[in-house]
Design a protein around this ligand. Structure first.
Ligand code: MRU
Length: 313
């Protein structure tokens, strides 16, 4: 199942708000349609947002919009994943060099899959036969053009003949773990168990988790930003000596900035107030809804990239 594809000058995005109940693609005719899809999380996950943003630039090119104007708008769609900014800048540079935005976007989509396969190959070296691996949110093929980063590591280990069990945190409030990661693993018959977020520490305390592998929205000086809840998993992993890996492409690295200077997206209160469309607290309730948190470098065993396994910055 493709996360996104380009056909007849239109971008098609798998609507990730509907998975696993419905498989439906949204048609994007304009760059503003892509911005809307990014903001409403129809497409999500750092590398997928980056590739979608590159295609948004291609749509803007076809619409005859000034690419610098489109770039500014596209970049303001979500603040935390650096891949979005990286991808838009790559397109601007490539267009300056005489290429078209669409050529650049197509190449980026292909390269993303190749990169993830390399991440998977390096990641396989730290996975042992029989491991139970806990993951948070969805850093799978749905979060990328294909294959996935954290779930790519698991796919690679399975392809190399290792028996692995996967444990997915449900990942409140939007349940990317339950809806997307569990779905991806089930599609490939990889053994998977779903837990509520607060069960992760308990399972590590009982010695049931051998490794944690998560994705990243940004790797910067001092740590990594990833889906809210990653920090609590990392703290529990440190306490119970469970190796904690981050799998991310180099396009997620932001070496010039400190991770604590990165904007952590605050999303709408409705995401927390409602569960499955029903209110779980009154509409007047004051809500905090940070979408990401920061895992400090000393909690991270290694960052699995397409260039090898690196120390955190
Ligand atoms: O809010 P989301 O669903 O875009 O957040 C996604 C994550 O936090 C992923 O772990 C991260 O983007 C890495 S995806 C390979």
């Amino acid at each position: 199942m493709e996360t996104l594809y380009w056909k007849d000058n239109k971008l098609y995005l798998l609507d990730q708000t509907l998975i696993p109940m419905e498989v439906q693609y949204v048609e994007c005719l304009t760059y503003k349609d892509v911005i809307d899809a990014i903001q409403t999380m129809k497409v999500r996950g750092a590398p997928a947002i980056g590739v979608a943003a590159a295609y948004a630039m291609a749509l803007a090119e076809n619409e005859g919009i000034d690419l610098d104007v489109a770039a500014r708008e596209i970049k303001s769609s979500r603040p935390t994943a650096v891949n979005l900014f990286w991808a838009v800048d790559q397109v601007l540079k490539s267009v300056d060099d005489g290429n078209s935005a669409i050529e650049t976007a197509n190449l980026m989509a292909i390269n993303d899959i190749r990169t993830n396969e390399k991440i998977g190959a390096y990641g396989n070296t730290v996975i042992d036969d029989g491991d139970t691996i806990l993951t948070h949110c969805n850093a799978g093929s749905l979060a990328c053009a294909g294959y996935g980063t954290a779930l790519g590591v698991i796919r690679s280990a399975v392809a190399n003949g290792k028996d692995v069990d996967v444990v997915c945190d449900e990942t409140r409030p939007l349940l990317q773990g339950a809806r997307l990661s569990v779905f991806e693993m089930q599609q490939e018959n990889i053994p998977v168990r779903l837990i509520v977020d607060s069960a992760a520490g308990h399972m590590m305390q009982k010695g049931e988790i051998d490794k944690v592998v998560i994705g990243a929205d940004r790797v910067a000086q001092g740590g990594v930003a990833n889906k809210i809840g990653s920090l609590m998993v990392a703290l529990a992993a440190k306490r119970y000596d469970v190796p904690f890996y981050v799998a991310a492409p180099m396009s997620t690295f932001d070496v010039d900035n400190n991770i604590f200077d990165v904007t952590i997206e605050e999303r709408q209160k409705e995401e927390v107030l409602k569960f499955n469309g029903k209110n779980i607290a009154s509409d007047e309730t004051v809500v905090e809804n940070p979408a990401f948190d920061i895992v400090e470098s000393d909690l991270i065993t290694g960052i699995i990239t397409e260039e090898g396994i690196k120390k955190p910055l």
